[in-house]
Design a protein around this ligand. Sequence first.
Ligand code: BGC
Length: 557
Amino acid sequence: MTQELTSPSPAPQAPGTGRGPGWWRDAVIYQVYVRSFADSDGDGIGDLRGARERLPYLKDLGVDAVWLTPFYASPQADGGYDVADYRAVDPLFGTLQDADDLIRTAHDLGLRVIVDIVPNHTSDRHPWFQDPELSRQRYLFRPGKGESGELPPNDWESVFGGPAWTRTDRGDWYLHLFAPEQPDLNWDNPEVHTEFEAIMRFWLDLGVDGFRVDVAHGMIKAPGLPDIGHGAQAQLIGAQVLPFFDQDGVHAIHRAWRRLLDGYGDAHGRQVIGVAEAWAPTAERLALYVRPDELHQAFNFQFLNAPWQSDALRSVIDASLAATASVGAPTTWVLSNHDVVRHTTRLGGSLARARAAILLMLALPGSAYLYQGEELGLPEVTDLPDEVRQDPAFFRGGRATGAAGPGTDTESAPDGVAAAGGQDGFRDGCRVPLPWSGELPPYGFGPGGSWLPQPADWGGLTVAAQTGDAASTLELYRAALDLRRRLPGLGDGPMTWAPAPDGVLAFTRPGLLCTVNTLGHDVELPAPGTPLLSSAPVTVDDATGRLPGDSCTWWAI
Ligand code: BGC
């Protein structure tokens, strides 16, 4: 299945190479969910050529890097997170040559490229799983319980709903923490390690600057695969260490990958990174994934899950900074991704809060992840008809989010967060293709339609409609990213809390003071300086600043 390149590509030299202060420490990284970003061939599904054509837009937006979700050969049982060939591009998305072209174009524009790697499971169409002999060694097969083995080997549930085990024709069972089409690999088998290291080298040779490691907390299971012993497992994911998530054994794998990444980077004069998608119960346990000899970054889902309340935000920020500082890693920040309800909707359906939240996030020290379309203020689409749904969790009645932690499903959500406002918590509503231009669907997404229907009222939200409109969310993102680049030390420098009235956060960063009014009404305070950028019109009268409700302001000090 692996495709050959027509012209093999030497790894491009990205700017800022070698060891030394890492580019990732303060990078703003934009997530491209490939099938929903831009479609070049009119089949209604976004592809690599479409993404490549839109790279100048991302350069102009002001991000530093792009993370591409899986575009590998896959039956698409879980949006490509079921990989059948890790070295091939799925024809839906293009060819290996298209991937090579995209990486080159990105580097020419000064953008780095991160790709997904999916090591916890493969597709059930992967040649290893298809081979009766190999599959027994490289996946987790077990005999069933009960008189004739008719019961699953233990009580684990799939994240997507139902048992985490499926019985084969031969009568034994295989483990799948996600869909049955995604069998879990056996990481006790050294051949699995060797293969994933080879896959990483393959993409590094093609020039990628790093990997987002899918389910980085999942590869190692507790010895003996013990029962959990009580129901409601979905509520436990991310809330505590489980026999299948956040086992200490995963860290040996990350240490080996760090050696590979550093060794490769040193040999090629590049800085290549690993980013953990790990749902750990506490900031301290998450920090273990970014110890100096492990991965470079981990997504900070505790920030994503925080409610829009000043005390809660402050304590998440403090806990995140303290935990990563203890291991010398940069903190990351994220508000939206392809697995959760878009934050405009999640934060109470309030664009004002979403605009304030992003200015807060971009003022914090560390690296920030943006999800495509948030710069347009896109809401979650909440009225998708059942017949267009594709999220496997929708069909299996499982959790809203792939490997999500607590607080992202309706039942366990703190007030004002989580699935609030989402259709039913499933993941298609945040994956609706982007509106680029025009008044009608598909809004310039491509020459055909779009694989999920776009709302009829998105004409005012397109990139074209917002460009040049100073009041638009797109221009707010552009201005914030521009200032972030121009204020030295804003990314990776110090941060100090400043006094503020109840419901308001205030902190200083190199070159600015940031205020966030989380209340629904105006608040007055002594103006701390001159407004540089604000998510809503701020006024200063006789040295008194009036912060609109649900707003964030950057002040020059
Ligand atoms: C990805 C999800 C995916 C799951 C299984 C998650 O972490 O972000 O989209 O369904 O892993 O691969």
